[in-house]
Design a protein around this ligand. Structure first.
Ligand SMILES: [Zn+2]
Length: 142
């Protein structure tokens, strides 16, 4: 499937809205040295539109794991719940950092489901966060 072209002005607005970091794992483009991608909160495959209200930034990994998902199972209850929406919901209500600063802990059903579905604590990113913590780049203050 062909991804819709996103006009550069819209891309700039979304990047500003998202403060140039992934809406899910809060990894910043600056830390990883790779541009973020535009995430359709409701995927185009499900009828999501390419409009500011439906767009946010994500890192490539979160975006790939999210795919066309809009919901996932809460590991605590097994119930299907909506994924976290970084445009309309507050990250700190749904997630927190582990005391080591290297893992994301889901605080709500949507937070827990999103941690699992998007593999927010995959071994590679946890290894990278361990280094970022050592040099004081992580976790983000907010
Ligand atoms: Zn991410």
């Amino acid at each position: 499937m062909t991804k819709p072209t996103i006009p550069s002005e819209l891309r700039r607005q979304v990047s500003e809205d998202a403060r140039a970091r992934c809406g899910y794992c809060h990894t910043s483009a600056r830390t990883i040295g790779e541009p973020m991608v535009i995430d359709h909160l409701v995927p185009t495959a499900r009828g999501g539109l390419t409009v500011r209200e439906n767009l946010w930034l994500a890192c490539r990994r979160c975006n790939e794991f999210k795919g066309t998902l809009v919901e996932a199972a809460d590991p605590q209850t097994g119930m299907m719940v909506p994924l976290f929406n970084p445009r309309t919901q507050s990250w700190s209500v749904h997630f927190t950092w582990s005391p080591s600063g290297t893992e994301i802990i889901g605080l709500t059903a949507s937070g827990r489901a999103t941690v699992i579905a998007l593999r927010l604590n995959n071994p590679e990113i946890v290894a990278a966060r361990t280094l970022w913590v050592q040099v004081g780049w992580h976790p983000p203050k907010e």
